[in-house]
Design a binder for this molecule. Structure first.
Ligand SMILES: CC(C)(COP(=O)(O)OP(=O)(O)OC[C@H]1O[C@@H](n2cnc3c(N)ncnc32)[C@H](O)[C@@H]1OP(=O)(O)O)[C@@H](O)C(=O)NCCC(=O)NCCS
Length: 173
């Protein structure tokens, strides 16, 4: 039977499942921990991927300014990996960022190969602006960060930006 993968913006009802999905990856220190409160407070940053009816993956796009956004909390459930879901989540973040007018997207990662195969280039962590380290100070590895920084210019990339749909639109005489 064919399956359907859907990537969409996260909703309030997704928060518990997102927290459960992220927790084991945070325990293994692959991503930074995200509490339910933290997820609620940043809910507009999250996209979720459903494999049929099941939450299979999640990612978040945190915007620092017009020239920089970060892909955070990108994970795909262990038993769902290798089905293109990670690629679709990353692409959704890129379309979202491009649609919002962000020029460049980066990630701090232990799987640079995944990003490099999607048009990212490795950059020196020191080349990233100081403000990106504000969340990292909560990481136990902050003083000795062994993640790799990767980035991609959205403005040069052949990305079809996601259209930002008006929330309200009225005609007035
Ligand atoms: C990295 C991760 C999100 C990839 O998700 P996925 O759904 O398994 O990846 P996809 O099926 O979309 O793979 C897309 C491509 O990336 C490659 N790829 C996937 N995981 C990879 C990895 N760990 N290392 C290198 N390449 C990888 C695949 O081979 C595939 O390449 P292809 O298109 O040439 O065949 C997933 O493995 C994961 O959740 N890892 C643990 C959490 C993590 O490290 N997240 C990144 C935080 S920045």
């Amino acid at each position: 039977m064919p399956h359907r993968i859907q990537v969409r913006a996260a909703e309030v009802d997704d928060v518990s499942a997102i927290a459960e999905l992220l927790a084991p990856f945070a325990e293994k220190e692959i991503i930074l921990p995200r509490s339910r409160d933290d997820i609620f407070q940043h809910l507009q940053e999250f996209v979720v991927a459903f494999f049929d009816e099941d939450l299979a993956g999640v990612a978040a796009l945190h915007i620092y300014g017009s020239n920089l956004a970060e892909v955070r909390s990108l994970v795909v459930r262990d038993d769902m990996q290798g089905r293109d879901i990670g690629r679709l989540l990353l692409e959704a973040c890129e379309k979202w960022g491009a649609g919002l007018g962000v020029a460049c997207i980066f990630a701090l990662t232990y799987v640079p190969e995944f990003f490099l195969s999607h048009g990212y280039e490795q950059v020196l962590k020191e080349s990233l602006p100081h403000k990106i380290w504000t969340v990292c100070v909560h990481c136990s590895k902050f003083a000795d960060c062994d993640e790799v920084a990767v980035q991609k210019r959205l403005s040069d990339a052949p990305i079809q930006p996601m259209r930002v749909v008006p929330i309200l639109e009225v005609d007035q005489p």
